[in-house]
Design a protein around this ligand. Structure first.
Ligand code: HEM
Length: 495
Protein backbone atom coordinates (compact mmCIF):
# COMPACT_ATOMS: atom_id res chain seq x y z
CA UNK A 1 0.00 0.00 0.00
CA UNK A 2 1.24 3.42 -0.90
CA UNK A 3 1.72 5.77 2.10
CA UNK A 4 0.21 9.25 1.81
CA UNK A 5 2.83 11.87 1.15
CA UNK A 6 3.31 14.77 3.58
CA UNK A 7 1.34 17.18 1.35
CA UNK A 8 -1.76 14.94 1.53
CA UNK A 9 -1.40 14.68 5.34
CA UNK A 10 -1.20 18.46 5.67
CA UNK A 11 -4.12 18.91 3.28
CA UNK A 12 -6.33 16.38 5.05
CA UNK A 13 -5.49 17.82 8.49
CA UNK A 14 -6.26 21.34 7.24
CA UNK A 15 -9.56 20.18 5.72
CA UNK A 16 -10.52 18.39 8.91
CA UNK A 17 -9.75 21.42 11.10
CA UNK A 18 -11.55 23.75 8.69
CA UNK A 19 -14.74 21.65 8.77
CA UNK A 20 -14.49 21.36 12.55
CA UNK A 21 -14.15 25.14 12.97
CA UNK A 22 -17.09 25.79 10.64
CA UNK A 23 -19.25 23.34 12.55
CA UNK A 24 -18.21 24.85 15.89
CA UNK A 25 -19.09 28.36 14.69
CA UNK A 26 -22.40 27.17 13.30
CA UNK A 27 -23.24 25.23 16.44
CA UNK A 28 -22.27 28.02 18.82
CA UNK A 29 -24.07 30.70 16.81
CA UNK A 30 -27.33 28.78 16.70
CA UNK A 31 -27.00 28.22 20.39
CA UNK A 32 -26.17 31.76 21.51
CA UNK A 33 -27.88 34.05 19.06
CA UNK A 34 -31.30 32.52 19.49
CA UNK A 35 -33.81 35.08 20.69
CA UNK A 36 -36.90 33.87 22.55
CA UNK A 37 -39.84 32.95 20.27
CA UNK A 38 -42.42 35.50 19.24
CA UNK A 39 -44.90 36.41 16.54
CA UNK A 40 -43.68 37.27 13.04
CA UNK A 41 -42.71 40.89 12.64
CA UNK A 42 -43.86 43.24 9.90
CA UNK A 43 -41.37 45.51 8.15
CA UNK A 44 -40.90 48.84 9.93
CA UNK A 45 -43.60 48.40 12.59
CA UNK A 46 -42.50 45.05 14.01
CA UNK A 47 -45.30 43.72 16.23
CA UNK A 48 -46.83 47.08 17.12
CA UNK A 49 -50.05 46.29 15.23
CA UNK A 50 -50.74 43.48 17.69
CA UNK A 51 -51.49 46.02 20.42
CA UNK A 52 -54.38 47.68 18.63
CA UNK A 53 -57.70 47.62 20.45
CA UNK A 54 -56.76 46.22 23.81
CA UNK A 55 -54.83 47.16 26.94
CA UNK A 56 -51.10 46.29 26.77
CA UNK A 57 -51.13 43.83 29.71
CA UNK A 58 -54.12 42.00 28.14
CA UNK A 59 -52.50 41.82 24.67
CA UNK A 60 -49.25 40.58 26.12
CA UNK A 61 -51.04 37.88 28.12
CA UNK A 62 -52.87 36.66 24.98
CA UNK A 63 -49.64 36.63 22.97
CA UNK A 64 -47.82 34.78 25.78
CA UNK A 65 -50.55 32.10 25.72
CA UNK A 66 -49.53 31.46 22.12
CA UNK A 67 -45.76 32.01 22.14
CA UNK A 68 -44.81 31.12 25.68
CA UNK A 69 -43.69 32.89 28.87
CA UNK A 70 -40.43 34.16 27.37
CA UNK A 71 -41.32 36.04 24.25
CA UNK A 72 -39.55 38.39 21.87
CA UNK A 73 -41.50 41.29 20.41
CA UNK A 74 -40.34 44.09 18.20
CA UNK A 75 -42.04 47.40 18.83
CA UNK A 76 -40.99 49.52 15.89
CA UNK A 77 -37.26 48.83 15.76
CA UNK A 78 -36.87 48.14 19.50
CA UNK A 79 -36.47 44.62 20.84
CA UNK A 80 -38.52 43.72 23.90
CA UNK A 81 -38.52 40.55 25.95
CA UNK A 82 -41.82 39.81 27.64
CA UNK A 83 -41.78 37.68 30.77
CA UNK A 84 -44.94 35.88 31.86
CA UNK A 85 -43.91 33.21 34.35
CA UNK A 86 -42.69 33.25 37.97
CA UNK A 87 -39.61 31.17 37.07
CA UNK A 88 -38.47 33.59 34.37
CA UNK A 89 -39.37 36.64 36.48
CA UNK A 90 -37.02 35.17 39.10
CA UNK A 91 -34.28 34.82 36.47
CA UNK A 92 -34.58 38.53 35.64
CA UNK A 93 -35.14 39.99 39.12
CA UNK A 94 -33.00 37.63 41.19
CA UNK A 95 -30.47 35.51 39.27
CA UNK A 96 -29.59 38.28 36.78
CA UNK A 97 -30.89 41.20 38.86
CA UNK A 98 -27.80 43.38 38.52
CA UNK A 99 -27.75 42.98 34.75
CA UNK A 100 -31.40 44.11 34.60
CA UNK A 101 -31.20 46.87 37.21
CA UNK A 102 -31.40 49.68 34.64
CA UNK A 103 -34.47 51.29 33.12
CA UNK A 104 -34.85 51.97 29.39
CA UNK A 105 -34.84 55.49 28.04
CA UNK A 106 -38.50 56.26 27.29
CA UNK A 107 -39.31 59.70 25.92
CA UNK A 108 -42.28 60.56 28.15
CA UNK A 109 -40.65 59.18 31.30
CA UNK A 110 -37.49 61.06 30.48
CA UNK A 111 -39.28 64.39 30.23
CA UNK A 112 -41.46 63.80 33.26
CA UNK A 113 -38.59 62.56 35.40
CA UNK A 114 -36.31 65.54 34.64
CA UNK A 115 -33.97 63.53 32.44
CA UNK A 116 -34.30 60.33 34.44
CA UNK A 117 -33.00 62.00 37.59
CA UNK A 118 -35.72 60.55 39.85
CA UNK A 119 -35.49 57.22 41.67
CA UNK A 120 -37.75 55.28 39.34
CA UNK A 121 -35.88 55.97 36.09
CA UNK A 122 -32.33 56.86 37.11
CA UNK A 123 -29.68 54.34 36.10
CA UNK A 124 -28.54 51.89 38.73
CA UNK A 125 -25.53 53.42 40.51
CA UNK A 126 -24.44 55.71 43.34
CA UNK A 127 -26.81 58.60 42.53
CA UNK A 128 -29.84 56.25 42.50
CA UNK A 129 -28.61 54.52 45.67
CA UNK A 130 -28.30 57.82 47.58
CA UNK A 131 -31.72 59.13 46.58
CA UNK A 132 -33.41 55.84 47.36
CA UNK A 133 -31.68 55.75 50.75
CA UNK A 134 -32.76 59.29 51.69
CA UNK A 135 -36.40 58.60 50.81
CA UNK A 136 -36.38 55.27 52.61
CA UNK A 137 -34.85 56.68 55.80
CA UNK A 138 -36.92 59.88 55.85
CA UNK A 139 -40.26 58.52 54.72
CA UNK A 140 -40.55 54.83 54.06
CA UNK A 141 -39.11 52.72 56.91
CA UNK A 142 -41.82 51.13 59.03
CA UNK A 143 -40.84 53.38 61.96
CA UNK A 144 -41.16 56.55 59.84
CA UNK A 145 -44.41 55.32 58.34
CA UNK A 146 -45.83 54.73 61.82
CA UNK A 147 -44.83 58.23 62.86
CA UNK A 148 -47.27 59.64 60.29
CA UNK A 149 -50.26 57.94 61.93
CA UNK A 150 -51.99 61.16 62.96
CA UNK A 151 -51.86 62.51 59.40
CA UNK A 152 -53.55 59.35 58.10
CA UNK A 153 -56.06 59.43 60.94
CA UNK A 154 -57.06 63.04 60.13
CA UNK A 155 -57.22 62.60 56.38
CA UNK A 156 -59.26 59.37 56.48
CA UNK A 157 -61.62 60.64 59.20
CA UNK A 158 -62.29 63.71 57.07
CA UNK A 159 -63.34 61.39 54.25
CA UNK A 160 -65.57 59.36 56.60
CA UNK A 161 -67.22 62.58 57.83
CA UNK A 162 -67.90 63.65 54.26
CA UNK A 163 -69.37 60.27 53.38
CA UNK A 164 -71.57 60.48 56.50
CA UNK A 165 -73.18 63.64 55.13
CA UNK A 166 -74.18 61.76 51.96
CA UNK A 167 -76.06 59.02 53.83
CA UNK A 168 -78.44 57.24 51.45
CA UNK A 169 -77.41 59.18 48.35
CA UNK A 170 -74.85 58.47 45.64
CA UNK A 171 -71.28 59.18 46.71
CA UNK A 172 -68.41 59.33 44.22
CA UNK A 173 -65.78 57.35 46.12
CA UNK A 174 -63.13 57.65 43.38
CA UNK A 175 -63.23 61.45 43.30
CA UNK A 176 -62.72 61.56 47.06
CA UNK A 177 -60.27 58.69 47.58
CA UNK A 178 -57.53 59.98 45.32
CA UNK A 179 -57.27 63.48 46.88
CA UNK A 180 -57.27 61.88 50.33
CA UNK A 181 -54.31 59.61 49.53
CA UNK A 182 -52.41 62.41 47.80
CA UNK A 183 -53.12 64.48 50.91
CA UNK A 184 -51.51 61.84 53.12
CA UNK A 185 -48.36 61.70 50.97
CA UNK A 186 -48.14 65.47 50.66
CA UNK A 187 -48.39 66.04 54.39
CA UNK A 188 -45.98 63.21 55.26
CA UNK A 189 -43.36 64.16 52.68
CA UNK A 190 -43.71 67.94 52.32
CA UNK A 191 -45.35 69.03 55.53
CA UNK A 192 -48.70 70.06 54.08
CA UNK A 193 -51.16 69.70 51.25
CA UNK A 194 -50.19 71.57 48.14
CA UNK A 195 -52.19 74.71 47.41
CA UNK A 196 -52.69 73.44 43.89
CA UNK A 197 -53.38 69.86 44.85
CA UNK A 198 -56.48 69.31 42.71
CA UNK A 199 -54.92 70.68 39.52
CA UNK A 200 -51.76 68.79 40.31
CA UNK A 201 -53.59 65.45 40.66
CA UNK A 202 -55.35 66.01 37.33
CA UNK A 203 -52.07 66.76 35.56
CA UNK A 204 -50.31 63.77 37.11
CA UNK A 205 -53.17 61.54 36.00
CA UNK A 206 -52.88 62.87 32.45
CA UNK A 207 -49.15 62.22 32.54
CA UNK A 208 -49.69 58.63 33.66
CA UNK A 209 -52.15 58.07 30.81
CA UNK A 210 -49.59 59.31 28.30
CA UNK A 211 -46.90 57.07 29.80
CA UNK A 212 -49.12 53.98 29.47
CA UNK A 213 -49.14 53.94 25.69
CA UNK A 214 -46.40 53.35 23.16
CA UNK A 215 -45.21 56.65 21.84
CA UNK A 216 -44.20 56.43 18.18
CA UNK A 217 -40.99 58.22 19.11
CA UNK A 218 -40.05 55.36 21.45
CA UNK A 219 -40.52 52.83 18.65
CA UNK A 220 -37.90 54.62 16.50
CA UNK A 221 -35.55 56.14 19.07
CA UNK A 222 -33.04 57.37 16.51
CA UNK A 223 -35.60 59.53 14.68
CA UNK A 224 -35.16 63.11 15.89
CA UNK A 225 -38.17 64.28 13.88
CA UNK A 226 -40.50 61.86 15.66
CA UNK A 227 -39.07 62.84 19.03
CA UNK A 228 -39.63 66.52 18.31
CA UNK A 229 -43.22 65.82 17.23
CA UNK A 230 -44.03 63.66 20.25
CA UNK A 231 -42.58 66.03 22.82
CA UNK A 232 -45.13 68.85 22.54
CA UNK A 233 -48.04 67.56 24.61
CA UNK A 234 -45.98 65.89 27.29
CA UNK A 235 -43.74 68.94 27.70
CA UNK A 236 -46.75 71.21 28.12
CA UNK A 237 -48.16 68.95 30.85
CA UNK A 238 -44.77 68.71 32.46
CA UNK A 239 -44.41 72.51 32.60
CA UNK A 240 -47.70 72.71 34.52
CA UNK A 241 -46.63 70.04 37.01
CA UNK A 242 -43.23 71.68 37.29
CA UNK A 243 -44.77 74.96 38.49
CA UNK A 244 -46.43 73.21 41.46
CA UNK A 245 -43.26 71.29 42.33
CA UNK A 246 -41.14 74.46 42.16
CA UNK A 247 -43.64 76.14 44.44
CA UNK A 248 -43.13 73.39 47.04
CA UNK A 249 -39.35 73.83 46.87
CA UNK A 250 -39.50 77.64 47.03
CA UNK A 251 -41.70 77.55 50.12
CA UNK A 252 -39.31 75.16 51.85
CA UNK A 253 -36.29 77.23 50.90
CA UNK A 254 -37.92 80.38 52.26
CA UNK A 255 -38.74 78.57 55.48
CA UNK A 256 -35.17 77.28 55.83
CA UNK A 257 -33.85 80.82 55.44
CA UNK A 258 -36.16 82.08 58.21
CA UNK A 259 -35.92 81.08 61.85
CA UNK A 260 -38.14 78.04 61.37
CA UNK A 261 -37.49 75.50 64.11
CA UNK A 262 -40.02 72.76 63.24
CA UNK A 263 -39.16 69.23 62.18
CA UNK A 264 -37.45 68.64 58.82
CA UNK A 265 -39.53 66.90 56.17
CA UNK A 266 -38.32 65.06 53.07
CA UNK A 267 -37.95 68.25 50.99
CA UNK A 268 -35.91 69.93 53.77
CA UNK A 269 -33.60 66.94 53.85
CA UNK A 270 -33.20 66.98 50.07
CA UNK A 271 -32.43 70.73 50.20
CA UNK A 272 -29.83 70.13 52.90
CA UNK A 273 -28.39 67.38 50.77
CA UNK A 274 -28.32 69.82 47.83
CA UNK A 275 -25.66 71.84 49.63
CA UNK A 276 -23.69 69.06 51.29
CA UNK A 277 -23.67 66.32 48.76
CA UNK A 278 -20.99 65.37 46.29
CA UNK A 279 -23.83 64.97 43.78
CA UNK A 280 -24.84 68.64 43.97
CA UNK A 281 -28.54 68.01 43.56
CA UNK A 282 -30.30 70.59 41.40
CA UNK A 283 -33.86 71.81 42.00
CA UNK A 284 -34.91 69.63 39.07
CA UNK A 285 -33.46 66.53 40.75
CA UNK A 286 -35.42 67.32 43.92
CA UNK A 287 -38.61 67.93 41.94
CA UNK A 288 -38.13 64.55 40.26
CA UNK A 289 -38.01 62.83 43.65
CA UNK A 290 -41.02 64.74 45.01
CA UNK A 291 -42.95 63.55 42.00
CA UNK A 292 -41.88 59.93 42.63
CA UNK A 293 -43.40 60.12 46.07
CA UNK A 294 -46.62 61.71 44.81
CA UNK A 295 -47.13 59.18 42.03
CA UNK A 296 -45.84 56.19 43.99
CA UNK A 297 -47.70 57.09 47.14
CA UNK A 298 -50.95 58.52 45.82
CA UNK A 299 -52.08 56.86 42.65
CA UNK A 300 -51.21 53.23 43.46
CA UNK A 301 -52.65 53.03 46.97
CA UNK A 302 -55.95 54.75 46.10
CA UNK A 303 -56.40 52.49 43.08
CA UNK A 304 -55.95 49.45 45.35
CA UNK A 305 -58.63 50.71 47.78
CA UNK A 306 -60.93 51.39 44.83
CA UNK A 307 -60.49 47.90 43.29
CA UNK A 308 -60.82 46.26 46.72
CA UNK A 309 -64.15 48.03 47.34
CA UNK A 310 -65.30 47.17 43.81
CA UNK A 311 -64.58 43.46 44.26
CA UNK A 312 -66.24 43.39 47.68
CA UNK A 313 -69.36 44.94 46.18
CA UNK A 314 -69.41 42.15 43.61
CA UNK A 315 -68.81 39.58 46.36
CA UNK A 316 -71.16 40.43 49.24
CA UNK A 317 -69.98 37.35 51.20
CA UNK A 318 -66.42 38.76 51.27
CA UNK A 319 -67.69 42.24 52.15
CA UNK A 320 -69.77 40.76 54.99
CA UNK A 321 -66.85 38.80 56.40
CA UNK A 322 -64.46 41.76 56.22
CA UNK A 323 -67.04 44.04 57.87
CA UNK A 324 -67.74 41.48 60.62
CA UNK A 325 -64.02 41.26 61.38
CA UNK A 326 -63.47 45.04 61.52
CA UNK A 327 -66.57 45.55 63.69
CA UNK A 328 -65.63 42.66 66.00
CA UNK A 329 -62.15 44.07 66.59
CA UNK A 330 -63.09 47.72 66.97
CA UNK A 331 -66.47 47.44 68.72
CA UNK A 332 -64.79 45.44 71.48
CA UNK A 333 -61.88 47.72 71.90
CA UNK A 334 -62.61 51.32 71.15
CA UNK A 335 -65.75 51.83 69.14
CA UNK A 336 -63.73 53.51 66.41
CA UNK A 337 -61.03 52.37 64.00
CA UNK A 338 -57.45 53.38 64.65
CA UNK A 339 -54.08 51.97 63.63
CA UNK A 340 -53.22 50.33 66.94
CA UNK A 341 -55.43 47.30 66.27
CA UNK A 342 -55.05 46.99 62.50
CA UNK A 343 -52.73 44.00 62.92
CA UNK A 344 -55.75 41.95 64.12
CA UNK A 345 -57.47 42.32 60.75
CA UNK A 346 -56.14 39.14 59.14
CA UNK A 347 -59.07 38.72 56.77
CA UNK A 348 -58.83 42.33 55.58
CA UNK A 349 -55.12 41.83 54.92
CA UNK A 350 -56.03 38.84 52.75
CA UNK A 351 -58.59 40.98 50.91
CA UNK A 352 -55.80 43.48 50.15
CA UNK A 353 -53.46 40.74 48.93
CA UNK A 354 -56.17 39.29 46.72
CA UNK A 355 -56.87 42.77 45.33
CA UNK A 356 -53.17 43.25 44.51
CA UNK A 357 -53.06 39.79 42.89
CA UNK A 358 -55.89 40.61 40.48
CA UNK A 359 -55.22 44.35 40.17
CA UNK A 360 -51.49 45.06 40.66
CA UNK A 361 -51.40 48.86 40.43
CA UNK A 362 -48.47 48.75 38.00
CA UNK A 363 -49.48 45.73 35.89
CA UNK A 364 -46.31 45.56 33.76
CA UNK A 365 -44.06 46.73 36.63
CA UNK A 366 -41.56 49.36 35.49
CA UNK A 367 -39.55 48.14 32.47
CA UNK A 368 -35.97 47.00 32.95
CA UNK A 369 -33.10 47.06 30.47
CA UNK A 370 -30.16 44.65 30.15
CA UNK A 371 -26.72 46.18 30.56
CA UNK A 372 -24.80 43.31 28.98
CA UNK A 373 -25.61 40.42 26.73
CA UNK A 374 -26.63 37.36 28.72
CA UNK A 375 -28.25 33.98 28.33
CA UNK A 376 -31.44 32.84 30.01
CA UNK A 377 -32.97 29.40 29.47
CA UNK A 378 -30.77 28.89 26.41
CA UNK A 379 -31.91 32.14 24.77
CA UNK A 380 -29.75 35.12 24.11
CA UNK A 381 -30.70 38.52 25.50
CA UNK A 382 -28.58 41.19 23.80
CA UNK A 383 -27.29 44.23 25.71
CA UNK A 384 -29.78 47.12 25.98
CA UNK A 385 -32.85 44.93 25.47
CA UNK A 386 -36.04 46.08 27.16
CA UNK A 387 -37.63 43.60 29.53
CA UNK A 388 -41.30 43.83 30.47
CA UNK A 389 -42.63 41.61 33.25
CA UNK A 390 -46.36 41.01 33.10
CA UNK A 391 -47.11 40.82 36.85
CA UNK A 392 -50.83 41.12 36.11
CA UNK A 393 -50.82 37.96 33.93
CA UNK A 394 -48.59 36.04 36.36
CA UNK A 395 -51.04 36.81 39.17
CA UNK A 396 -53.87 35.33 37.09
CA UNK A 397 -52.09 32.25 35.78
CA UNK A 398 -54.17 29.11 36.50
CA UNK A 399 -50.92 27.10 36.67
CA UNK A 400 -50.15 28.82 39.98
CA UNK A 401 -53.54 29.98 41.24
CA UNK A 402 -56.66 27.85 41.71
CA UNK A 403 -59.76 29.59 40.30
CA UNK A 404 -57.35 32.26 39.17
CA UNK A 405 -59.95 34.76 37.95
CA UNK A 406 -62.11 34.58 41.09
CA UNK A 407 -61.81 36.97 44.01
CA UNK A 408 -61.09 34.62 46.93
CA UNK A 409 -59.20 36.25 49.80
CA UNK A 410 -59.33 32.92 51.69
CA UNK A 411 -56.47 31.66 49.52
CA UNK A 412 -54.15 33.94 51.52
CA UNK A 413 -55.55 33.33 55.00
CA UNK A 414 -53.26 30.47 56.03
CA UNK A 415 -50.74 30.93 53.28
CA UNK A 416 -47.17 32.18 53.57
CA UNK A 417 -47.27 33.72 50.08
CA UNK A 418 -46.38 37.37 50.32
CA UNK A 419 -45.65 40.32 48.03
CA UNK A 420 -42.23 41.16 49.45
CA UNK A 421 -40.30 39.93 46.42
CA UNK A 422 -39.57 36.30 47.24
CA UNK A 423 -42.71 34.64 45.84
CA UNK A 424 -42.42 35.31 42.15
CA UNK A 425 -45.99 34.26 41.35
CA UNK A 426 -47.10 37.33 43.33
CA UNK A 427 -45.04 40.43 42.51
CA UNK A 428 -47.24 43.55 42.59
CA UNK A 429 -44.29 45.50 44.07
CA UNK A 430 -41.66 43.91 41.79
CA UNK A 431 -38.57 42.28 43.28
CA UNK A 432 -34.82 42.66 43.52
CA UNK A 433 -32.79 45.85 43.67
CA UNK A 434 -35.41 47.97 41.93
CA UNK A 435 -38.30 46.63 43.97
CA UNK A 436 -40.78 49.20 45.29
CA UNK A 437 -39.39 50.81 48.46
CA UNK A 438 -42.84 52.10 49.49
CA UNK A 439 -44.58 48.90 50.64
CA UNK A 440 -44.94 49.93 54.29
CA UNK A 441 -46.24 53.36 53.34
CA UNK A 442 -48.64 51.82 50.82
CA UNK A 443 -50.08 49.22 53.16
CA UNK A 444 -51.05 51.65 55.89
CA UNK A 445 -52.56 53.98 53.29
CA UNK A 446 -54.70 51.08 52.06
CA UNK A 447 -55.57 49.32 55.33
CA UNK A 448 -56.80 52.31 57.32
CA UNK A 449 -59.21 53.70 54.68
CA UNK A 450 -60.58 50.24 53.89
CA UNK A 451 -61.07 49.41 57.59
CA UNK A 452 -62.86 52.71 58.21
CA UNK A 453 -65.05 52.44 55.11
CA UNK A 454 -66.12 48.94 56.18
CA UNK A 455 -66.54 49.78 59.85
CA UNK A 456 -68.74 52.86 59.54
CA UNK A 457 -70.84 52.02 56.49
CA UNK A 458 -72.71 49.38 54.59
CA UNK A 459 -72.48 49.96 50.86
CA UNK A 460 -74.94 49.59 48.01
CA UNK A 461 -74.70 50.01 44.27
CA UNK A 462 -76.92 52.78 42.85
CA UNK A 463 -78.66 50.34 40.49
CA UNK A 464 -79.31 46.62 40.17
CA UNK A 465 -76.95 46.46 37.24
CA UNK A 466 -73.71 44.56 37.68
CA UNK A 467 -70.79 46.77 38.62
CA UNK A 468 -68.74 47.72 35.58
CA UNK A 469 -65.12 46.58 36.08
CA UNK A 470 -63.59 48.00 32.90
CA UNK A 471 -59.96 49.04 33.25
CA UNK A 472 -58.69 52.39 32.02
CA UNK A 473 -55.72 52.90 29.72
CA UNK A 474 -52.53 54.01 31.46
CA UNK A 475 -49.34 52.91 33.16
CA UNK A 476 -51.25 52.30 36.40
CA UNK A 477 -54.27 50.04 36.68
CA UNK A 478 -57.33 52.23 37.29
CA UNK A 479 -61.05 51.83 36.88
CA UNK A 480 -62.35 53.30 33.64
CA UNK A 481 -65.41 54.72 35.43
CA UNK A 482 -65.60 56.31 38.84
CA UNK A 483 -66.84 54.10 41.64
CA UNK A 484 -70.13 55.64 42.77
CA UNK A 485 -71.90 54.02 45.73
CA UNK A 486 -74.62 54.58 48.29
CA UNK A 487 -73.37 54.59 51.90
CA UNK A 488 -75.60 53.56 54.80
CA UNK A 489 -74.19 54.54 58.17
CA UNK A 490 -73.84 51.65 60.65
CA UNK A 491 -71.38 53.14 63.14
CA UNK A 492 -71.48 56.95 63.20
CA UNK A 493 -68.14 58.70 63.58
CA UNK A 494 -67.91 59.61 67.27
CA UNK A 495 -64.99 61.98 67.31
C1 HEM B 1 -50.09 49.68 46.18
C2 HEM B 1 -49.06 50.48 46.20
C3 HEM B 1 -47.83 50.36 45.34
C4 HEM B 1 -47.55 49.49 44.33
C5 HEM B 1 -48.41 48.34 43.81
C6 HEM B 1 -46.24 49.81 43.83
C7 HEM B 1 -45.59 49.13 42.80
C8 HEM B 1 -44.32 49.43 42.35
C9 HEM B 1 -43.63 48.68 41.33
C10 HEM B 1 -44.19 47.49 40.58
C11 HEM B 1 -42.41 49.23 41.15
C12 HEM B 1 -41.32 48.78 40.16
C13 HEM B 1 -40.57 47.63 40.79
C14 HEM B 1 -39.58 46.93 39.90
O1 HEM B 1 -39.09 47.48 38.91
O2 HEM B 1 -39.27 45.76 40.23
C15 HEM B 1 -42.32 50.35 42.06
C16 HEM B 1 -41.22 51.16 42.18
C17 HEM B 1 -41.19 52.25 43.01
N1 HEM B 1 -42.16 52.65 43.92
FE1 HEM B 1 -43.91 51.72 44.29
N2 HEM B 1 -45.76 50.89 44.51
C18 HEM B 1 -46.69 51.25 45.46
C19 HEM B 1 -46.57 52.25 46.39
C20 HEM B 1 -45.50 53.10 46.51
C21 HEM B 1 -45.36 54.13 47.51
C22 HEM B 1 -46.36 54.39 48.62
C23 HEM B 1 -44.19 54.78 47.26
C24 HEM B 1 -43.58 55.95 47.98
C25 HEM B 1 -44.21 56.82 48.72
C26 HEM B 1 -43.57 54.13 46.11
C27 HEM B 1 -42.38 54.51 45.53
C28 HEM B 1 -41.73 53.80 44.54
C29 HEM B 1 -40.42 54.16 44.01
C30 HEM B 1 -39.58 55.37 44.42
C31 HEM B 1 -40.09 53.18 43.05
C32 HEM B 1 -38.82 53.11 42.20
C33 HEM B 1 -37.83 52.11 42.79
C34 HEM B 1 -36.54 52.02 42.00
O3 HEM B 1 -36.57 52.09 40.76
O4 HEM B 1 -35.50 51.86 42.62
N3 HEM B 1 -44.40 53.13 45.68
N4 HEM B 1 -43.49 50.44 42.79
Amino acid sequence: MELPNSFSIYFLTFLFLFILTKLAIKFSSTKTTKLPPGPKTLPLIGNTHQFIGSLPHHCLKNLANKYGPFMHLKLGVVSNIIVTSPELAKEIMKTHDLNFANRPNILSSNIISYNASNIVFSPHGDYWRQLRKICTVELLTSKRVQSFWSIREEEVSELVKKIGTCEGSIFNLTQNLFPMTYGIVARAAFGKRSRYQQVFIEKIEEQLKLMGGFSVADLYPSSRVLRMMAKGKIEKLHREVDRVLQDIIDEHRKRRNSDYEGEEDLVDVLLRFQQDSEYSLTDDNIKAVIQDMFIGGGETSSATVEWGMSEMLRNPRVMGEAQAEVRRVFDNNKGHVDETELHHLTYLKSVIKETLRLYPSVPLLVPRESRERCQINGYEIPAKTRVIINAWAIGRDPKYWAEAESFKPERFVDSSIDFRGTDFEFIPFGAGRRMCPGINFALTSIELPLAKLLYHFDWKLPSDQELDMTEAYGITLRRENDLCLIPITRRPLLK
